[in-house]
Design a protein around this ligand. Structure first.
Ligand code: HEC
Length: 145
């Protein structure tokens, strides 16, 4: 009887565990896919924004910038423990403090672009866009493979 119970619980714990591993694998894959898609969006939006910074089309650039801000804030949350993968350097999980600092700087830079747009100030908009765009390379050099 004891043997039967043991066998029974072993059998079920095996399946429970297998299920868990499957789910985890799937989640990591989805997280990596999501953060890559956020980055692709950030790239597409910033590329579209660049010529608009020089032509004073504030409404269109504001929409793009707001979406980029949202994508960047979400991006920060897409690196939980154990989600190593894609082109993300493992250094992200070893030096989270610096990675978070880089993302926070990036978010702040996008917000500064937003402020220039709200003020309809083309001069500061061009300057702040340049600062925002300089964050891409700084972070990639350290945290992207
Ligand atoms: C705080 C860090 C950080 C900043 C700032 C940043 N990136 Fe990235 N980027 C990453 C990381 C990390 C990856 C790899 C993500 C992965 O593969 O899981 C990445 C990936 C990418 C990719 C590849 C996406 C794909 O589908 O493979 C592109 C394109 C990209 N970034 C463009 C940009 C542009 C353009 C900017 C600036 C406007 C920018 N990034 C700012 C960290 C950053």
């Amino acid at each position: 009887m004891i043997f039967k119970i043991l066998l029974f619980s072993l059998f079920f714990s095996f399946f429970a565990h297998a299920h868990e591993i499957n789910m985890e694998d799937k989640n990591v894959e989805q997280i990596v896919k999501k953060r890559m898609s956020n980055m692709s969006k950030i790239k597409a939006h910033s590329t579209k924004m660049h010529p608009l910074t020089m032509t004073g089309e504030f409404e269109e650039i504001k929409n793009l910038n707001d979406e980029m801000l949202h994508a960047a804030k979400e991006f920060k949350l897409l690196f939980p423990e154990g989600s190593q993968g894609g082109k993300a350097s493992t250094l992200i999980w070893e030096d989270r403090e610096t990675f978070d600092l880089f993302i926070d700087n990036f978010i702040k830079a996008i917000e500064d672009v937003g402020e220039s747009i709200d003020n309809e100030d083309s001069i500061s908009l061009m300057e702040n866009f340049k600062i925002m765009a300089s964050n891409c390379g700084t972070c990639h050099k350290k945290f992207k493979n």
